[in-house]
Design a binder for this molecule. Structure first.
Ligand code: TMP
Length: 223
């Protein structure tokens, strides 16, 4: 069990992950926590190059695409995320294994192997909480600039949405599904409360194992 807290944001394209990540980061930092904000693909220098290749390059065969996401993930988790968690930081991450399950496993039709590859790539590191920002896909998004994967999977936006919801149902204790179609402040209220619960659970688990407890959870903020 690490001293830090691993929080992942998932959801379809354009649901407001970046905005909520920023608000959460500000709130936790004000409460005195070290916060590391990162993303997949692209949280490291290697990841940045992989992101360019996957999202802004030429056609990539679906299995190669799945392996490139897994390669980015393996490097990112080992070199950035695990060290941050070990020193007690809160890691706020935009997308993780669930995105591969939903986009490559589901939308690309590659199936269950995708999850196994990512679990292997990360040594089975799972988030303390995954926040699924959920809303009905917005067709006006389709008119805007989409990356290669978004462009090729945009007609499957409903399937992608259902994929994240199914993953949340599979393991409800580790997930918070937040209705992202509401005003930003209301969404943040639920996001923050899910993270506060996760901090409490992590402390209780640490205490029951006799491990050092993580730092005091931040006091509630008014969103
Ligand atoms: P972003 O725009 O939210 O950073 O996401 C980047 C794109 O990559 C988005 O289209 C979703 C896609 N993606 C996958 O297909 N599989 C993955 O494992 C991840 C992390 C992202």
């Amino acid at each position: 069990m690490s001293a830090g807290l691993f929080v992942v944001f998932e959801g379809g394209d354009g649901v407001g992950k970046t905005t909520q990540l920023k608000r959460l980061s500000d709130a936790l930092q004000s409460a005195g926590r070290e916060v590391v904000v990162t993303r997949e693909p692209g949280g490291t220098a290697l990841g940045h190059q992989l992101r360019q290749l996957i999202l802004h390059g030429d056609h990539v065969a679906p299995r190669a695409e799945a392996l490139l996401y897994a390669a980015d993930r393996a490097h990112h988790i080992e070199t950035l995320v695990r060290p941050a968690l070990a020193r007690g930081a809160v890691v706020l991450q935009d997308r993780y294994i669930d995105s591969s399950i939903v986009y490559q496993g589901g939308a690309r039709g590659l199936g269950d192997q995708v999850e196994r590859i990512s679990r292997w790539a990360t040594g089975d590191l799972l988030p303390d909480v995954t926040i699924v920002l959920d809303m009905e896909p917005d067709p006006s998004r389709m008119a805007r600039d989409l990356d290669r994967v978004e462009g090729e999977t945009s007609r499957q936006a409903d399937k992608i949405r259902r994929g994240f919801l199914m993953l949340a149902q599979r393991d409800p204790a580790r997930y918070a599904v937040v209705d992202a179609a509401r005003p930003e402040g209301e969404v943040f209220h639920d996001v923050f409360s899910a993270v506060r619960d996760a901090i409490r659970r992590a402390r209780e688990a640490g205490a029951s194992q006799g491990a050092p407890t993580s730092p005091t959870p931040p006091s509630p903020v008014t969103p």
